[in-house]
Design a protein. Structure first.
Length: 425
């Protein structure tokens, strides 16, 4: 392999140096690089430790990396003490603005090296099918540059106009339910909020309500969905804002004046294969570039722990739940995670859900600062009240846990065509 043709030692060191010296810089390269993007083994070792440190929720800096490498048994790198090599990387002067361009260059060089390997195996007598397929997949991955910022803004100008926090009299971001705000003061920074429900009850609709009202109040709000596309989320919010039915919105049957307000600080990401580390990287990057004050994830059980996670699902859910709490604490924002409930409530005489119905892991209840369960008698098969009235438009929000606050049950109404809960907005 020829330097500066098949690999670039200067760029490798530069990327590592920027990540060491600039707080939060690693979040911008997490999606862009893997170990194979580095040619020199010493730099692979440093990047591996850097990735491990970040995935543990630790700050990536020279001191932490040195400690991590020593813990991994790496006392020397390229013949010099590990601590000295970390110092050398940090001493190199590079512009942080070059980071993404350099990462892309490292991926291109990695792809070039892989193509050389692919051509080389053609001269062997071994069964090359498996090796060739593996190299082809690595080349495809290396050339498919994934920019960390996958957010789609409600308008292009929102990213430029909404870089500041809007202060309110209440302690946190509004739940959009006045009676609940009065009792508990909104969603607090650093809190993990879990909203649970059975399928088709309306947890995504409620989340859209909350996101829309938060953005209207000036809070930079991001919504990650592993179940719906960006256009579906936006259509729901437009229906809730305008009063035009969702189906009409999807068909384009609405007036220009029905559109959402311009410059809403609202961002979306839709990716069915996101891991908890992907979500963290996206959130950190968005906070650095635009500011972030509320993150909503739909929904918890669809998140992957790792791209190739092989642990029991209950353990993965526990790790994901803890990861969401870490995001809330490290970014000092409320994180709202929607959660599927199990079927137990359907088999009980009393159909109202309880904390025990949270699916797959008790760790969710433990990690969450707030747990609210959404229930609709109509969806549970109870079509009339005791007085004979229809339950089609009835809903209940059961506040089962609120750290430093009160638990309560709140009656809501639900309007199906616009997917809007009464008392919300």
């Amino acid at each position: 392999m020829k330097p500066y043709i098949h690999y670039n030692p200067d760029i490798e060191r530069g990327v590592l140096g920027i990540c060491i010296m600039h707080m939060g810089a690693y979040s911008g390269v997490h999606h862009l690089l893997t170990e194979v993007c580095f040619y020199e083994k010493k730099n692979q070792q440093v990047y591996r430790a850097m990735r491990g440190l970040w995935m543990q929720g630790e700050v990536v800096n020279g001191i932490g990396l040195t400690a991590q490498l020593y813990a991994d048994g790496v006392h020397t790198i390229d013949g010099i003490p590990t601590a000295m090599y970390m110092t050398e990387l940090g001493d190199e002067l590079h512009l942080a603005s070059q980071l993404e361009r350099w990462c892309i260059r490292l991926r291109e060089l990695a792809a070039r090296r892989m193509m050389l390997e692919l051509s080389a195996i053609a001269d062997t007598d071994d069964d090359i099918t498996a090796t060739a397929q593996q190299l082809q997949e690595q080349i495809r991955e290396a050339l498919s540059i994934q920019h960390v910022s996958k957010w789609v803004s409600a308008t292009e100008a929102a990213a430029r106009l909404r870089n500041h926090s809007v202060q309110e009299e209440m302690h946190g971001i509004s739940t959009t339910i006045p009676s609940l705000d009065q009792i508990n003061g909104g969603f607090a920074a650093g809190h993990l909020v879990v909203i649970g429900a059975r399928p088709s009850v309306g947890k995504s609709a409620l989340a859209c309500n909350i996101a829309l009202q938060a953005a209207k109040a000036g809070h930079n709000t991001a919504m990650v969905s592993m179940e719906m596309g960006v256009h579906e989320l936006y259509a729901r919010m437009l229906a809730q804002h305008s009063g035009v039915g969702y189906r009409d919105v999807v068909k384009g049957n609405y007036k220009p004046e029905d559109a959402l307000p311009a410059n809403l600080p609202l961002f979306f990401a839709d990716d069915a294969q996101m891991t908890i580390h992907d979500i963290r990287a996206h959130a950190e990057q968005l906070q650095q570039t635009n500011g972030l004050q509320l993150l909503i994830v739909d929904y918890l059980q669809l998140i992957q722990e790792h791209a190739d996670g092989k642990r029991p699902r209950e353990q993965q859910i526990a790790a994901i739940s803890r990861g969401l709490k870490m995001i809330a604490m490290s970014l000092q924002i409320p994180v709202i995670a929607l959660s599927q409930l199990n079927r137990e409530s359907e088999h009980r005489q009393n159909k109202r859900p309880t904390l025990a119905d949270l699916r797959e892991s008790g760790a969710i209840e433990q990690d969450a600062d707030v747990v609210m369960l959404l229930h609709r008698d109509w969806q549970a098969g109870i079509r009339q009240t005791e007085t004979g009235a229809t339950t089609a438009n009835d809903a209940d929000l059961l506040v089962c846990k609120w750290r430093n606050g009160q638990t309560t049950d709140i009656r809501l109404s639900f309007h199906g065509p616009t997917m809007l809960f009464g008392g919300v907005g």
